[in-house]
Design a binder for this molecule. Structure first.
Ligand code: 13P
Length: 301
């Protein structure tokens, strides 16, 4: 399967490709199996913060685990958030990580320059696109501020973020960004928030996020590339369906499967039991929340 074609097909058919985060390696087998058993197509993804702050180990470790449990026709391997400046405001050697991901067999990669100014984000994304495209690998980038990872921003009430459209992706900027950066997919800030990762917040329930469907439609019409929604956990159901029809072609889901895994491990300290919990939850999400069950045929044709 080719990630670029699959996501493009999702966009054309008003469908979405879910991408599930793997902060703990035992989750991977359960998620891959759930995707296949729902006859869905989904990505297995890991972000840098998941090997720095959780237990995924390294991007190579997840690629190796993926090699054992990938299901052809159903799963794809994606590298999520490689920040240029990370959530602690430290500089990251992002090009080195992208090179390692390309060598390890990732089928698509994300560079997150959203903490830079527009010109800086364009330049960093363009450097990654030049590297990845040489290997035929598509690149996801981010423009605007999808809040949540920074502890300082978590204090702004969600309703205020949404009402004031704080950090939302602007259409004109996005046009200039896509042209200059040559990214293939764009993660947009339109109302969703990342699940918190700070120790004092990561077990909390996420706020019920809404989405600015009008902004998604404007972005889709102006850019004509697949749009990506981060912070998929906890979005009000009806918005997911409408966003998918409006142009969101990939949606990231982390907290909804991480928290059940952590709870199960606290309860019994048995990775096999925690895997079962994640398997069941992932199937429910695919069927009842994301509505991507039985999409494999359309997305692979
Ligand atoms: P959630 O944890 O809110 O589902 O977000 C996941 C995500 O966007 C990873 O990039």
């Amino acid at each position: 399967m080719d990630a670029k074609q699959t996501v493009r097909r999702a966009l054309e058919h008003g469908l979405v490709v879910p991408a599930f985060n793997i902060p703990y390696p035992p989750m991977l087998k359960a998620v891959a199996q759930a995707i296949a058993d729902e006859d869905s197509v989904g990505m297995i993804q890991v972000a840098r913060l998941e090997w720095e702050k959780f237990e995924s180990g390294s991007l190579e470790n997840i690629a190796e685990e993926y090699g054992k449990y990938a299901v052809p026709g159903h799963t794809l391997l994606h590298l999520d958030h490689v920040p240029v400046i990370d959530e602690d405001h430290l500089e990251v050697d992002y090009l080195a990580l992208i090179r390692r991901a390309l060598a390890a067999g990732y089928q698509s990669v994300m560079v997150d320059g959203s903490r830079l100014d527009l010109a800086g984000n364009i330049a960093a994304t363009r450097a990654v696109a030049d590297l990845a495209h040489e290997k035929g690998v598509p690149v996801e980038a981010e423009l605007g501020a999808v809040m949540g990872h920074e502890t300082s921003q978590a204090t702004i009430p969600y309703e205020e973020i949404f009402a004031r459209k704080l950090g939302f992706t602007e259409v004109d900027e996005a046009k200039a960004f896509v042209e200059g950066s040559r990214c293939d997919w764009l993660s947009v800030a339109v109302g969703s928030v990342h699940g918190a990762i700070a120790d004092n917040l990561k077990d909390q329930k996420k706020p019920a996020a809404k989405l600015d469907i009008e902004r998604i439609t404007e972005l889709r019409n102006a850019l004509n590339i697949p749009l990506v929604l981060h912070g998929g956990s906890g979005i009000v159901q009806d918005y997911i369906n409408r966003a998918t029809k409006a142009g969101i072609a990939k949606i990231n889901v982390g907290t909804e499967i991480r928290q059940p895994y952590e709870r199960a491990m606290r309860e019994r300290n048995d990775p096999e039991y925690a895997r079962e919990v994640v398997y069941t939850r992932t199937r429910e999400l695919i069927r009842d929340f994301l509505h991507t069950a039985n999409d494999a045929k359309v997305l692979n044709d």
